[in-house]
Design a protein around this ligand. Structure first.
Ligand code: TXA
Ligand code: MG
Length: 319
């Protein structure tokens, strides 16, 4: 359904977001599929709605630089870029603040966060009314084209309510710059030209990425490497060994004694997805081996298993 951005509709979209729902909203680049970035289960529902086969990190949309600084640490270069181009089609990937309240699922477990202030009045009205930052990928099923009209969202995600922002001015995804320190790195070319960025930063951009979403292979390791725990993961465990921590799903292994986190006592894969990265981080601090109970592959279970299998294999490679 497409809704006009009347005050009543904005209020009901905001209420939907506050209750953990997903809604589509316009930005100047493409329509976003938004959820409250502070609510892990709401963020998990984004992945569910898009049908993404794995968890990749999402962009967090905020109203202004000061709000962004609650969630990310801005180097001088990052500040210069934000001041020059926000609001606008630029996303900055920066370190998460030490007390960053944004769900770890948004960052897919990485210590960084992608932030952007969009240039679209309706996006700002929605963020202000909802009172929370919005995690949002493009509002299309995984593998479909990014939507630039509300009808595109409807065709790809028929169950998601869409706020009508008419035709968008940029129509191309934001340019993504990694700024872990003062060296800016081009991670994805998009609506803001490379030359415009280079005109305001003292250092030349570090790396060239192709246009589109296929930046993962080209982008530098430190920024796009997947999060993997240091601990050795043993999957599909039905017993635990001495020294192993337990990552449980459903009723935990009765004989287990030692550190344990339950991804979802009630066997809900959405709840499990919301807890996955924070649970891995915490058990990683407590043990060198983690036994992981089986997680069913329906819904978000597939993405959870994809991530657990990579983490387990990653360790084989290292040892
Ligand atoms: O214009 C846009 O950027 C749109 C609108 C809705 O804002 N959003 C968008 O999101 O294109 P999405 O999910 O399709 O692309 C987000 C990109 C992904 O390629 C992801 O890898 C990268 O941002 N990204 C997000 N967080 C990151 C992080 N912490 N480190 C590195 N890359 C990150
Ligand atoms: Mg996309």
């Amino acid at each position: 359904m497409i809704y006009e951005p009347t005050p009543d509709n904005l209020e009901s979209f905001a209420e939907n977001l506050r209750r953990g729902g997903c809604v589509a909203f316009p930005t100047e680049t493409v329509y976003g599929l938004g959820a409250n970035a502070l609510d892990g289960e709401a963020v998990a529902r984004i992945f569910d709605a898009k049908g993404r086969p794995s968890f990749n990190p999402l962009i967090v949309h905020v109203t202004c630089l000061a709000e962004a600084q609650q969630y990310g640490v801005f180097s001088n270069t990052a500040l210069t870029l934000a001041q020059a181009f926000w609001p606008g089609p630029l996303t900055l990937v920066v370190p998460r603040t030490s007390d960053c309240p944004v769900s770890e699922l948004v960052s897919a477990g990485l210590p960084t966060i992608a932030l952007r202030v969009p240039a679209h009045d309706i996006a700002h009205q929605l963020m202000r009314t909802a009172g929370c930052p919005l995690a949002a990928p493009s509002a299309n099923k995984s593998g479909h084209l990014s939507p630039t009209r509300p009808e595109h969202v409807n065709q790809s995600l028929p169950d998601i309510p869409v706020l009508n922002g008419q035709q968008l001015t940029v129509g191309l995804e934001s340019t993504i710059i990694g700024c872990l320190d003062d060296t800016p790195t081009l991670l994805r070319l998009g609506g803001l030209a490379r030359e415009e960025i280079e005109a305001v930063v003292a250092t030349p951009l570090n790396e060239i990425a192709e246009t589109g979403d296929s930046t993962a292979k080209l982008a530098p390791g430190r920024l796009l490497r997947h999060y993997a725990p240091q601990a050795r993961l043993r999957l599909n465990a039905d017993t635990t060994e001495a020294g192993e921590a337990l990552l449980a799903f459903g009723p935990p292994i009765p004989s287990h004694d030692g550190p344990m986190i339950n991804l979802s006592p009630v066997q809900d894969v959405t709840e499990a997805a919301a807890n996955l990265f924070s649970a891995l981080h915490e058990l990683d601090r407590k043990a060198e081996k983690i036994a992981v109970m089986p997680v069913p592959s329906h819904g978000l279970g597939a993405a959870i298993n994809d991530r657990l299998e990579r983490a387990a294999r990653g360790h084989e490679g290292r040892s």
